[in-house]
Design a protein around this ligand. Structure first.
Ligand code: OAD
Length: 269
């Protein structure tokens, strides 16, 4: 072997390095963002020409003010996103995380995503920081509204205009069950996520730009508490400067590789 050829160490084999960290950790939080679902065909918000916020104005679609101003525009856009998620399938990364939750002790899943692909892959429970595309509720009385059927032709129509249904109790508009800009995150969910981050000794941060607060602060909180942080993202993010391992790979490739290492080694030692 030539003298100056690097040996195959953990440092240049991120799958082994991360598998070792998972094996040693007593409490791991998997923290996911939109990149997690990119390989299922769900567009991310930032990065790339096909990302949502490069095509649409977030303030015109993802605020309560925008909804009050033009409910049909906003509801139609969310119905298009619901249709996209409904037509999508969980990818190999979602399945790998579900395997970890089912087979390794001390793993928790916190997501910024409003899709249900983690659940459909078998992950349970899932802490949804930003709500759910499918948990509609009344704008005024906040009662849940469960019986909305996504129109069949919504899938290819981001500009669809659709009047939101009305609340059966108070008659006000039904709104999407997601957290909009300028809104607080659900209190109990936030507390759960904060606790998970404080007690974690490892965070696997997957597919997030790490620029949206307060969600991004959770990873910093874990880091300053005591956790090591692994980033799985093909590109650098707002977190890259403080992570311990930056695994420049996509979620649907990296996570199954990680699980394969954990399975080959018989799980946690
Ligand atoms: P972003 O859209 O901001 O960032 C997506 C990240 O995923 C980027 O860093 C990409 O490099 C990375 N990425 C792209 N493809 C990937 C792949 N196949 N595997 C892994 N990573 C990949 O998404 P978030 O960080 O989740 O808020 O955005 C945070 C919040 O901003 C969202 O929850 C949403 C948005 O406004 C609300 O809806 C309240």
């Amino acid at each position: 072997m030539p003298q100056n050829q690097p040996a195959s160490t953990a440092a240049n084999d991120p799958a082994s390095q991360v598998a070792e960290l998972v094996r040693k950790a007593k409490r791991t939080v998997v923290f996911t963002g939109a990149g997690m679902s990119a390989e299922s065909g769900i567009p991310t918000f930032r990065g790339g020409d096909d990302s949502l916020w490069s095509a649409f104005n977030p303030m015109g679609l993802a605020t309560e003010a925008a909804f009050r101003e033009d409910p049909a525009l906003v509801w139609g856009w969310y119905v298009w996103r619901m249709a996209k998620v409904q037509a999508a399938q969980p990818n190999a990364g979602h399945h790998a995380i579900a395997w970890m939750l089912q087979h390794l002790p001390g793993i928790e899943l916190v997501t910024q995503n409003v899709d249900d692909l983690h659940e459909r892959a078998g992950s349970d429970p899932v802490t949804h920081l930003h709500g759910s595309l499918f948990a509609h509720r009344c704008l005024a009385c906040a009662r849940p509204h469960l019986d909305f059927e996504i129109p069949q032709d919504a899938l290819d129509q981001p500009q669809l205009r659709l009047q939101p249904p009305r609340c059966q109790h108070c008659g006000e508009c039904i709104r999407p069950g997601v957290v909009w800009f300028h809104e607080l995150l659900p209190e109990q969910t936030w507390q759960q996520a904060e606790q998970a981050m404080r007690r974690a000794d490892l965070v696997l941060s997957v597919g997030t730009s790490g620029v949206v607060e307060p969600a991004a602060s959770l990873v910093r909180l874990a880091r300053t508490s005591r956790a090591q942080v692994v980033e799985i993202n093909p590109a650098a993010s707002g977190q890259s400067e403080f992570v311990d391992v930056a695994w420049r790979q996509t979620a649907a490739l990296a996570l199954p590789e990680l699980v394969a290492r954990l399975q080959a080694d018989g799980g946690r030692t």
